[in-house]
Every structure is written in C-alpha cells, then in structure tokens.
Design a protein around this ligand. Structure first.
Ligand SMILES: [Zn+2]
Length: 95
C-alpha cells in the first residue's frame, strides 16, 4: 500500500477499517473512513486493497453475498457503494 495516499484526509477524524462479509466473513477490503457516524457508504476512492471487483454494479463478496449497491453520491458527485445494513462487519485497524 502507498502510505502517502492516506495523507489526503479531509479534516476531522479518520480511521482505517477492515470490511468483511457479514454472512461468510470473506475479507472484502480496507476502507478509510472520514468523520464520525455509522458506515453507510463506501466511496470508491477510499477503498484500499480490495479483494473484490469494484467494477460491477453491486459490491459482493467472493461467495456472491451482496454487500452494497453502486451509486453516485450526488452531494459530492462521487462514486460510492451504498451498503446494505447488516450485510457486512467492520473491524477498526489499530496503528
Ligand atoms: Zn459472503
């Protein structure tokens, strides 16, 4: 991973998460989340080391469980996956 990519944090707190499928615990990716609050969306440009394809319409694990649906987040005009609540588990990566 290129560490300098993580220096583009936009104000506020930022944390690294590991995202797994909630059904089968398939490791999906690492994600840099900015700000507080629940994880409802994953922006494509904050997804790191994905083990799954980001090119498809849906975000799904290696076993075909659907985790999210690709959207354009209009407020910021950014590609994101809207996550289906309960379909994934997250783990905070400690530095
Ligand atoms: Zn799965």
């Amino acid at each position: 991973m290129i560490i300098s990519e993580m220096n583009t944090v936009r104000g506020g707190s930022s944390k690294m998460l590991k995202i797994y499928c909630g059904k089968c615990r398939f490791f999906l990716c690492e994600y840099q989340k900015d700000g507080a609050g629940n994880l409802r969306r994953m922006y494509l440009d904050r997804i790191i080391k994905p083990l799954i394809s980001l090119d498809k319409k849906d975000l799904s694990c290696g076993n075909g469980h659907i985790i999210g649906v690709k959207i354009i987040y209009k407020k910021e005009n950014r590609l994101a996956f809207r996550l289906i609540s309960g379909s994934f588990v997250k783990e905070i990566i400690k530095f």
